[in-house]
Unconditional design. Structure first.
Length: 141
């Protein structure tokens, strides 16, 4: 009986319960059970003009059609084109998303109208268009 009382007292002191445990954060800041993915809303129709927009503070928004170009360094590009149609492989490149592998690729459906926001580092000429380090790439429609 004394052992049971001690066990209950220890459990109460440490906050243990028989309920489902809360998701715990590991030392590296990653959630253990469920992770949330940031989503970005579609752009208003008035802001869906294909091209680049200066957002201030060195940030740029690129709007266009997403296209994967395996023949040009395995690059994800935002190119000029018509939404809903696959652009030709020689379509004008608006930006190359240089960090696409680090982003959520849920929007990477070739031919989709997308927008990306981020910064444009110095262009060293090795990519098929101007590079962009994007904070995100999301469907615009």
């Amino acid at each position: 009986m004394m052992v049971v009382a001690i066990a209950i007292a220890c459990a109460a002191a440490t906050g243990c319960s028989t309920a489902d445990p809360e998701p715990s954060k590991s030392d590296d800041g990653v959630l253990g059970i469920e992770e949330t993915v940031a989503t970005h809303p579609p752009l208003p129709e008035s802001e869906r003009e294909i091209g680049l927009t200066d957002l201030g503070d060195g940030r740029i928004r690129a709007v266009g059609i997403i296209q994967y170009r395996a023949s040009e360094g395995a690059s994800w590009c935002i190119v000029n084109g018509t939404p809903g149609e696959e652009p030709p492989q020689d379509a004008e490149v608006i930006v190359v998303i240089e960090n696409m592998a680090d982003l959520d690729a849920a929007c990477s459906t070739s031919g989709a109208l997308v927008y990306a926001e981020g910064v444009m580092p110095e262009d060293d000429g090795t990519l098929p268009g101007p590079p962009m380090t994007a904070e995100f790439v999301a469907r615009a429609d």
